[in-house]
Design a binder for this molecule. Sequence first.
Ligand SMILES: Cc1cc2nc3c(=O)[nH]c(=O)nc-3n(C[C@H](O)[C@H](O)[C@H](O)COP(=O)(O)OP(=O)(O)OC[C@H]3O[C@@H](n4cnc5c(N)ncnc54)[C@H](O)[C@@H]3O)c2cc1C
Length: 371
Amino acid sequence: MQYDLAVIGAGVVGLAHAALAVQAGLKVIVLDRDARANGASVRNFGFVTVTGQGQGDTWRRARFSRDVWAEIAPKAGIDVLHRGLLMLAHSPLARQVIEEFSADAMGDACTVWEPDQIRAALPYAIGSGLAGALHSPHELRVESRTAIPKLADWLAAQGVTFQRGAPVVGIEPGRVRTSSDTITASHIAVCPGHDFRTLFPDVIARHAPQECKLHMLRLSDPGWRLPHAVMSDLGLLRYRGYHVCPSQPALAAQLAAEHPALIVDGIHLIVVQSADGSLVVGDSHHYGATVDDFAPESVDRNILDLARATLNLSKSEVIERWIGVYGSAERDAFIETPDPRIAITCVTSGTGASTAFGLAQDTLQALGLLP
Ligand SMILES: Cc1cc2nc3c(=O)[nH]c(=O)nc-3n(C[C@H](O)[C@H](O)[C@H](O)COP(=O)(O)OP(=O)(O)OC[C@H]3O[C@@H](n4cnc5c(N)ncnc54)[C@H](O)[C@@H]3O)c2cc1C
């Protein structure tokens, strides 16, 4: 069988390539070494974030990806669980940053909410020190753990071939070798997640990628419903888009002085809600060439303390914990074409669920498969 495109990796980035390629009428095969989706793509928040993404390619890719998610989700039977984002500001300086952001072109359609408005929408938000919030209408949230398998099933129904349990051990123009088979394909898209050492390690090494480990928690139903994803103002440090704000460096210094333990563990707060009412709460960031698999309780406690200082969680308890790993580098993502028929696409930041379709579009254009 001759394919137009072989995709290595069935995470969100690989599936996004397969989706755009099959929609363009191409014959596509997806190969993954694992028997089922198991990587960063099913461990994340499922939070397709536009506002706050880094200026330029990441923001452009996120807006495109959000639109594709919105179009494909109903076709693939994937529920959009909530839309939009509320970034809570807990100091006058954080309020200044969100005001500056909403006045910038990247704050398109965002508004600044007063504390009264926040209390009306989120009566369970802890009010003390609340100085305002940035509301963004752009985001959507899916349950990645079920959405990724549903997306793969839908792609299979559209004619995409899947080979799982198929570690790819070698690639040359026109050919992909797995541990037990050889696939012929005129074009090849390598989407290996944070496996930087198996395929084209020399090309990937030019970006000096590291691993980043994150702690994640699921809390039982708190007895209320979130209208939007909620973030604390520590996110104004982590998300690169907010770095356009003139007051952001002063806020960074203030938060570092106020919350040294959170800063050391790279903690900021994202809270999203699942269909059963449970909350996905995170996260932390620890970096290394190879991160360890251990999850110290102190990190979870700091995340929980921050969540409890932000929202009334008196009825919630931790019901699940996990860690996830993604690639990290200076740039949010990179696309390399070591040969005109082969592309390597890696997300090196916590943005892959938000940008996968935009990245796939850029990669398929680089391969000459899309106009
Ligand atoms: C805890 C956590 C929270 C996050 N939250 C968000 C969020 O809210 N929003 C957001 O936008 N992003 C978020 N991210 C980031 C996002 O999840 C990642 O950027 C994205 O999932 C990367 O997708 P991927 O397809 O590149 O990688 P992966 O999901 O890791 O998939 C790569 C696949 O390639 C396969 N593979 C690798 N090498 C081979 C080989 N040689 N042969 C065969 N198969 C191979 C692997 O088995 C794997 O299935 C988060 C990440 C984590 C860990």
